[in-house]
Design a protein around this ligand. Sequence first.
Ligand SMILES: [Zn+2]
Length: 293
Amino acid sequence: MSDTQHGQFDALAALYAMGALGEDERDAFETHLEVCVECVNEVKSLLPVTHGLTHGALPLEAPAALRARVLGEVTGVTPSPREAPAAALLDTRFGALEGSETFAHVVEPPRRGAGLLFWLTATLLVAAAGGGGWYVSELDRQTQGLRANMDAAMQLAKRAELELESVRSAAAEREAVLAIVTGSDVGQLELTGQPLAPRASARALWNAAADMVVLATGLPPLPAGDVYQLWFVLPDAPVSATLVKPGPRGDATVMLKVPDAVTLPTVMALTIEPAGGVDAPTGDVYLLGQPAE
Ligand SMILES: [Zn+2]
């Protein structure tokens, strides 16, 4: 290679690295690359830059399978799964390799000038495969995004289902409550807020079939891990009626079956107890109701 010869190609390396040369120019430049280490180095040094311009980020390494696939696309030969595909393909196309060298060997600089084009092409292919690696990771990112969207949609659907269910059960509950409170033989007991819950109150209503509904309002928020428990306070011992979990505004509507052992009306009390309730009241009394004499 003479200086004169190199001179006319001096400015082409950058265009070549960007794939911006016309066909004739490219052929000429590649022929020159066979004999000019300077141009090979120039193109090589520009590859990361042009690749970065194309893809926004320089990938570190492409998976071997992807590399082989890209090589297959470029060379038009489908790699067979058993061979070292990259080496075999490059062998076919450029005849620059002997035997079954691996791709790792391929990217090492050859000793002879005749291998320069091959080496450069291999470098280009690695860069292209790197682009494939970027594409795969982008695809993976998009897939994860879709999956997240689907999870969110599933959660929305589940929540809608739960809301519908709670609307249904609320309607059923309202009907049951109405059946009790509008019956002909309704008994009732007022429960009043105790010092710990001065704004709380409740009314228990029951019918001859021992169906009871308790409507409470103004209950203080429960400490985490606690629950309200309603009691029939019989002369012998209190009998648990039900657990009460007020809504965010301190309201609660509970229905229960009055136990056979309980003769109404009787004293009723609401206490605060550990979650799950207890057999006998242990906590403070929040509501208390005493039948009028
Ligand atoms: Zn040159």
